[in-house]
Design a protein around this ligand. Structure first.
Ligand code: NAD
Length: 463
């Protein structure tokens, strides 16, 4: 095979793209990955999931040291945050992980091209660099370019005082008053970080609830907990403008409400990244939401061109992109691949965490599916008591006739880890009785899932 000629050229080295490259190489493809950033890992690793989790862990430790350790009878002296060290630790976590992907690429002999990838007709990708361009030939082209922060009309993002999650991962000082537009994943996670460090945090949310898409009973309970932590929510607030005025930021909502603050975080969703991708060179038309249309095999209407992750339909989640990347190259190499969209969990890494898989109560009602519900509060779980983390509950929803688990929703300690059990159970088509009869180690947080599953048949033992 000539130089610059590959079986598989992937554009984008986020969790979708780099995982697809590794799987492709495992399956015998001569794989290459084009990435414009010097670091591999995409938004998730560089300026998303990973750095936000690093900050969430550090700031929660601060909250614990400041107050919660006292509840365990541990007295500590004065506790202070060194923000610069905290931010440096986050950078170190990121750089260690990105170097890990470099290592994996070398191990799997994946060719890496640094530059902007643009399709230039069927089977051709140009890698545009500052002063040169490299032409690649590819049997299969996989677009995995992810997404970028959306903005609102009238909101003047300046990449400093009014910014997105990228800026909010690295504010040089703790804002006095941070206004967050949007009570979704990003708003609540990064709001938690700065609230814990002392900012006054006001969240302006267009809808009359937080976390649209999550089970509403769980979201309502979570909102109460966040309010106790000091979050202020203004629901039903449609932001129409935000700008810097002198040394303040002014945010305007529909009606006449104006909020003054010193920083604004715009967290109103993300949009597919299709800028300068050269889609016109192969005549790929985006759908009404700006996404690349694909079939069940991730094939675009153009032979040899595929797309996965945030640029196509479905939730914008790193692990969804990973599954799609793997399935796509498996289809290409073997003719078989699979993504179970019913069992993809979603997690909000607040304290407590919120995790969900499958259908919510509202969705089941809307779809007129008869279901039974089992609920178990962490207050009645021994391990949660020992941890002193008793807020929240587990909710299991099962089909009223077949008992098949249709959805599991958790608000509580380590919900993001606990949800894996429910996702596996759902992937195997488990019934609530299957979950309830499986032995769960005692005392563990996971027993709350078993108890909620028992609760579906009215048989919870400890509640
Ligand atoms: P989101 O879609 O989760 O929430 C955006 C919120 O902004 C919604 O509640 C929406 O109603 C609100 N909004 C929209 N217009 C508004 C307006 N004019 N005024 C006030 N509020 C308005 O989006 P996000 O939090 O920006 O996250 C973006 C994506 O990134 C999501 O798809 C999410 O799945 C992903 N993400 C995931 C995680 C995770 O898995 N833990 C973390 C961060 C981001």
């Amino acid at each position: 095979m000539a130089q610059n000629e590959h079986d598989l050229v992937i554009i984008g080295a986020g969790p979708g793209g780099y995982v697809a490259a590794i799987r492709g190489a495992q399956l015998g493809f001569n794989a290459a990955c084009v990435e414009k950033e010097p670091l591999l890992g995409g938004t998730c690793l560089r300026v998303g999931c990973i750095p936000s989790k690093a900050l969430l862990e550090s700031t929660e430790l601060y909250v614990e040291a400041k107050g919660k350790l006292g509840e365990h009878g541990i007295r500590v002296g004065s506790v202070e945050v060194d923000l610069q060290s905290l931010l440096r630790r986050k950078e170190k976590v990121v750089s260690t992980l990105t170097k890990g992907i470099d290592g994996l690429f070398k191990k799997h002999k994946i060719t890496r091209y640094v530059g902007h990838g643009r399709i230039d007709g069927p089977g051709k990708v140009m890698v545009e660099q500052t002063d040169a361009a490299i032409e690649l030939r590819a049997k299969h082209i996989l677009i995995a370019t992810g997404s970028k922060s959306s903005n609102l009309p009238g909101v003047a993002i300046d990449g400093n005082r009014i910014g997105t999650s990228t800026e909010a991962l690295a504010y040089p000082a703790v804002p006095e008053h941070l206004v967050i537009i949007g009570a979704g994943y990003i708003g609540l996670e990064l709001g938690s970080v700065w609230r814990r460090l002392g900012s006054k945090v006001t969240v302006l949310e267009y809808l009359n609830r937080i976390l649209p898409g999550m089970d509403s009973e769980i979201a309502t309970e979570a909102q109460k907990i966040f309010e106790k932590q000091g979050f202020r929510f203004r629901l039903g607030a449609k932001v129409t403008a935000a700008r810097v005025e002198g040394d303040q930021c002014i945010v305007e909502c529909e009606g006449s409400e104006r909020v003054a603050c010193d920083r604004v975080l715009v967290a109103v969703g993300r949009a597919p990244n299709t800028d300068r991708l050269g889609l016109e060179s192969v005549n790929i038309q985006l759908d009404s939401k700006g996404r690349i249309p694909v079939d069940e095999y991730f094939a675009t209407p153009v032979p040899g061109i595929y797309a996965i992750g945030d640029v196509i339909r479905g939730p914008m989640l790193a692990h969804k992109a990973e599954e799609e990347g793997i399935a796509c190259v498996e289809y290409l190499a073997t003719g078989f691949g699979h993504v179970d969209y019913n069992s993809i969990p979603g997690v909000v890494y607040t304290e407590p965490e919120i995790a969900s898989v499958g259908r919510t109560e509202e969705q089941l009602k809307e779809e007129k599916v008869e279901f039974k519900k089992g609920v178990f509060p962490f207050l009645a779980n021994g391990r949660a008591r020992a941890l002193h983390k008793t807020e929240g509950r587990v909710k299991v929803l099962a089909d009223a006739k077949t008992d098949r688990v249709l959805g599991v929703h958790i608000l509580g300690p380590r919900a993001g880890d606990l949800i894996a059990e429910a996702a596996v159970a759902m992937a195997f088509g488990a019934s609530s009785e299957d979950l309830a009869r499986a032995s769960h180690a005692h005392p563990t947080l996971a027993e709350a899932i078993k108890e909620a599953a028992l609760g579906v048949a009215g048989q919870a033992i400890h509640f």
